[in-house]
Design a protein around this ligand. Sequence first.
Ligand code: SAM
Length: 234
Amino acid sequence: MNGTHLSNRLQTVADFVRPGARLADIGSDHAYLPVHLAKQGVISAAIAGEVVKGPYHNALTEIENEQLATVITARLADGLAAIRPDDNVDTITIAGMGGTLITNILESGKAHLTHRERLILQPNVGEDNVRRWLQDNGYQIVAERILAEDGHIYEIIVADSADTPVTYTAAELKFGPFLLREKSPVLQQKWRQEQARLDQVIATMQQAKNAPQQKIAAFKREREQIQEVVLDES
Ligand code: SAM
C-alpha cells in the first residue's frame, strides 16, 4: 500500500470522503489516505494527525515526497487535538484501530467537534462501542460497509450529525443497522467465525472441574442470538 494504491479497506474509507472535503485523518501513520485523496483531487485540505513520533515522521516524509505540503499538514498531537478551529474540518477519518481507542479519541476530543463533521470510522474490533458512542453523542449512522482483506474482516461506519436523536436496538449496535439489513456473505462469515470462537470457549469451560454454568449459558445465548439475527434465513 502507498499513497497511490490504497488497500481495499482504506479505499472504502476514502470512498466516503466527499469532493472538496477538509479532512482530518487521525492516526494517519504514512498519511496514505490524505495523500491519495489529494492526488485524486478529492480533498481541498487535510490534517494528518499522529500521536507517535515515528508515524508522524512517516507522514511528513510522504507529504514531502509527494509535494503536497500546500494541501496536507502533518501534526504531532493526541487524537482530535490535531484539529484547530481555523482548519474548518468537515470530515474526520479514524481507521485501523480498535473500537475502544476510536471511542476514547472521540470522547476525549469532544471539544474539537462542531457536529458538522462527517465521521468515517474503521474499527478493527469493538464496532459496537463505536456505534454506541455515535448514538449517545448525537450522530446517526448513514452508511456501513464490511469487507474481507488479507484474512481480516473490516467494518467501516459513516456517521453524520443527527437532526433528532437516534436509538439503535441492541442487535443494531452489535451487528450494524445497515449491515444487518444487507446480511452480506462477509457479515455471515464474520459471525460464523465468532460462533466458532464461542464454541471453543464453551467447550473449554465445560471441561473445567467446576464448570461456570452461568457463563456457559451466557455464551450459548450469544451464539443463539448470532444464529437467529444474522445466520438464519428470514
Ligand atoms: N490510519 C492508518 C490506516 O488505517 O492504515 C494507520 C493505522 S495504524 C494501525 C494506527 C495509528 O494510529 C498509529 O500510527 C498510531 O500511532 C496512531 N494513533 C494511536 N492512537 C492515537 C491517538 N490518540 N492520536 C493520534 N494517533 C493515534
